[in-house]
Design a protein around this ligand. Structure first.
Ligand code: HEC
Length: 190
């Protein structure tokens, strides 16, 4: 029994030293253009999917058919999301080909509302997907979820139309007024 414990402890030590040496050596390629092997990618994908399902399962979904909510979401989406997720009528850009994992085109499918809410609010670690909950309240995040339910049915013209009618992203307005305020203060100082 004692021998077994000692053997196990030595084994653990070897693994810890081995992993430490691997990390310290720097031979691992952290570049985004060096893709994971298939088994590693499959494992990470399973981890991501199960994590999102687990964390999103008890979220209570509000009424996503409210036209005002959908309209608000259109403005938010156009202001913050198209650079990575594109929109109807939008061509590939210079950033997306270099992203790994690649952001899905959200006009191609309808994400589950609970899971979309959780992902938008909390983001996804070690990917480009930000946690928008750091700067947006739940109601604003639901507006984006409501909009995403409608996006796959939209033609480029309909998309353009709804974004033109949408209320502007008020956070962008706040930034603008902040700058104006600074400018006014500087003018006063001089
Ligand atoms: C800088 C790039 C970037 C921006 C900006 C961005 N995302 Fe993402 N998003 C990603 C990436 C990358 C993924 C996929 C991550 C993964 O697969 O692990 C993702 C995943 C998602 C998913 C999950 C889709 C699925 O597979 O079910 C949703 C929903 C989403 N984003 C919504 C949004 C919304 C809404 C916005 C704007 C508020 C936004 N994203 C802005 C990069 C971005």
């Amino acid at each position: 029994m004692k021998r077994l414990i000692i053997t196990f402890a030595i084994l653990c030590l070897v693994v810890i030293v081995g992993v430490g040496a691997f990390v310290w050596s720097g031979v691992y390629n952290i570049g985004a253009d060096d893709h994971h092997t298939k088994p590693v990618y499959a494992l990470m994908q399973a981890l991501r999917e199960r994590s999102i399902e687990h964390h999103a399962k008890d979220i209570v979904v509000p009424n996503l058919e409210d036209p005002q909510l959908i309209l608000k979401g259109a403005g938010q989406y156009a202001a913050m999301c198209t650079g990575c997720h594109l929109a109807p009528g939008m061509a590939e850009n210079e950033m997306r080909p270099g992203l790994y994992p690649k952001p899905p085109q959200l006009s191609k499918f309808r994400p589950d509302p609970r899971e979309a809410f959780w992902v938008i609010k909390h983001g996804i670690k070690m990917s480009a997907m930000p946690a928008w909950g750091s700067s947006h309240d739940d109601a604003t995040i639901w507006s984006m979820v409501a909009f995403l339910q409608k996006l796959p049915d939209m033609t480029p013209a309909q998309y353009k139309d709804i974004v033109a009618k949408a209320p502007p992203d008020e956070d962008m307005d706040m930034d603008m007024s902040g700058h104006d305020h600074d400018a006014a203060e500087h003018a006063h100082e001089q």
